[in-house]
Design a protein around this ligand. Structure first.
Ligand SMILES: Nc1nc2c(ncn2[C@@H]2O[C@H](COP(=O)(O)OP(=O)(O)OP(=O)(O)O)[C@@H](O)[C@H]2O)c(=O)[nH]1
Ligand SMILES: [Mg+2]
Length: 227
């Protein structure tokens, strides 16, 4: 029993070291890195599609896509004419720093200002694995119920931004947006919250403007400082 815990800790320690290597590499090339986490289907790829269209007008953007199977999300990003590398984990429920390192071999960091990493759809495993990102964004959609921050607190505690997506569906749901925000802030009072709809475009401009100014001002909190 004790040795199992030790092995887990060793794996996480090694991952954190590699994540720090990634972060230093990003910093030395001036690349701002944002990871997106959520349960399956909350809208990570949709938010990317919406955001990239706006951001790519002034910034050089690129994406690393993480999925258990298929390159479907990478194809969606490529259709937006944005450079993308797909990581297929073949069953692993989260991305790890070394997988990001492998993906970086396919990228020229000198040609990138903003790099997005879409993690595997899962509110549990990705919480423990830093990738070297500067900003972790958790997406929660209105169809998931208000209580996810209370039930999966680690993910919300270790993110700096919460995007509440699919607000266009609110008229059809009994979802209480204010309660959801309250639960999220109870777990992490420092969360910056955006409300979006990827189908109507509501809130996308506000989110991308904030992202742009945060990247420019380098005012982000390093993920590891919150652990
Ligand atoms: N009504 C509505 N549907 C949305 C919105 N955003 C995404 N969707 C839909 O939700 C479904 C899942 O969206 P994706 O962007 O693929 O979600 P994801 O988080 O990337 O999913 P995984 O990568 O599989 O974890 C798709 O059918 C989208 O069209 C939204 O704001 N409103
Ligand atoms: Mg996706």
């Amino acid at each position: 029993m004790g040795s199992v815990i030790t092995i887990e800790q060793k794996i996480l320690k090694k991952n954190n070291e590699l994540a720090e290597e990634n972060r230093q590499r990003f910093d030395s090339h001036g690349v701002f890195v944002i990871s997106l986490v959520s349960s399956p289907g909350s809208g990570k790829t949709s938010l990317l599609e919406q955001s990239l269209t706006i951001l790519k007008k002034n910034l050089r953007v690129a994406v690393i896509e993480g999925d258990v199977q298929t390159d479907r999300d990478a194809q969606r990003i490529a259709a937006a004419d944005v450079p993308v590398v797909q990581i297929v984990t073949n069953g692993t429920c989260h991305l790890e720093a070394r997988m990001v390192q492998d993906a970086l071999r396919e990228m020229d960091l000198d040609e990138i200002d903003l790099l997005f990493i879409e993690n595997i759809g899962n509110l549990i495993c990705p919480a423990s694995y830093e990738l070297g990102e500067h900003l972790r964004v958790v997406i929660m959609s209105t169809t998931e119920g208000e209580d996810k921050p209370l039930k999966y607190p680690a993910m919300f505690r270790r993110s700096q931004v919460l995007v509440l997506n699919k607000v266009d569906l609110l008229p059809f749901l009994s979802y209480n947006l204010e309660e959801a925000k309250d639960f999220a802030l109870r777990v992490n009072p420092a969360l910056k919250i955006f409300e979006t709809s990827c189908t109507t475009g509501h809130g996308i401009r506000e989110w991308t403007e904030w992202l742009r100014s945060t990247a420019r001002g380098r005012t982000w909190n390093v993920v590891s400082s919150l652990q």
